[in-house]
Design a protein around this ligand. Structure first.
Ligand code: SF4
Length: 80
């Protein structure tokens, strides 16, 4: 996990942290069940990456750039 502050989180705080994305954008991917976003505070991925598509480029989990704003996608499937 990203920045290591040494602070202890409660289970609820930890879950809230896991559900918090690093970025916000207009990509259709945010409404798609195949999208895995970069978690807030993660220092691993490049700064222009909002997350990964787990379908089209499987098994490599290709990253989606902040600059490649996707408005339509043939493989998009809505969140349940
Ligand atoms: S299937 Fe399409 S909409 Fe869904 S995460 Fe991949 S690129 Fe984004």
């Amino acid at each position: 996990m990203g920045e290591h502050t040494g602070a202890k989180l409660t289970p609820v705080e930890y879950l809230a942290h896991l559900m918090t994305p690093e970025k916000q954008s207009d990509h259709i991917c945010w409404q798609c069940k195949h999208f895995k976003w970069v978690q807030k505070g993660s220092g691993f991925p490049p700064k222009d990456i909002i997350g990964w598509c787990k379908k089209i480029h499987w098994p490599h989990y290709w990253s989606i750039s902040d600059m490649d704003v996707i408005k339509k996608c043939y493989a998009s499937e809505p969140l349940a």
